[in-house]
Design a protein around this ligand. Structure first.
Ligand code: PRP
Length: 211
């Protein structure tokens, strides 16, 4: 049996994924040592390997087959546009991709004005405005704290993740339109999907019973 390699997006998603895997008997004791500087962890018995990477790199590892399986947010899957199979909604990390701004900016969306849109997700924003809304906009890529953009006058609206809505509320902004719902997803390399189909199907079945 060959090793199956998992790439997990660093942070909360990885912790929830490991907790879910534990429920179906997949454990990786090595990974629990917080002081370890090791990058890759092995479960010899089950022939599994795990590594943590930046979220946006997970679909890259999976497309190239450096990882067979990845767990990452739907936002990252859409933004990266890699050739991977999305096989399961894991049900956690639920949030929404939304167009947000000051209430007064709703009219700019309604009347299809040429506006500026700040976002960490230019591909998702472009697809939404051009293909769904048919509105020409200028997209400005930012790397974080996106809510600042309308406040300081960089853009009229933003496309960003909304979870509890408290960041928006505390900054006087609101959801103007919903782009799509998001959650953690399992993705699989297309070759692994064919070559290891029984193992992958078994894994999906056992996970599905838990989510
Ligand atoms: C995300 C997102 C929002 C916030 C939404 O940012 O970009 O800013 O969380 O969560 P809320 O609706 O529960 O307030 P994150 O904290 O990941 O950091 P970033 O702004 O640097 O991207």
């Amino acid at each position: 049996m060959r090793y199956l390699t998992f790439a997990l997006g660093k942070g909360r998603l990885a912790n929830e994924t490991l907790a879910l895997f534990e429920k179906i008997g997949i454990t990786c004791e090595e990974m629990k040592d917080k002081d370890s500087r090791k990058l890759i962890f092995t479960n010899e018995e089950l022939k599994l390997r795990f590594f943590l990477s930046k979220g946006p790199d997970v679909p890259t590892y999976v497309e190239y087959g450096a990882a067979d399986i990845g767990v990452v947010g739907k936002d990252t899957i859409l933004e990266e546009g890699r050739k991977v199979h999305e096989v399961l909604d894991l049900g956690f990390g639920k949030c929404r991709m939304c167009v947000c701004g000051y209430k007064a900016s709703a009219a700019l969306l309604k009347h299809h004005e040429l506006i500026r849109v700040a976002t960490k997700y230019p591909r998702i924003a472009k697809d939404y405005f051009y293909n769904t809304k048919h509105q020409t906009v200028e997209i400005i890529k930012l790397n974080g704290s996106i809510e600042l953009a309308p406040i300081v006058g960089l853009s009229e609206v933003i496309v960003d993740i909304v979870e509890t809505g408290s960041t928006l509320k505390e900054n006087g902004l609101e959801v103007l339109e919903e782009v799509c719902p998001l959650s953690a997803r399992m993705i699989v390399n297309p070759v692994t999907m064919r070559m290891e189909s029984e193992r992958i199907k078994g894994l999906i079945m056992r996970l599905r019973e838990q989510v």
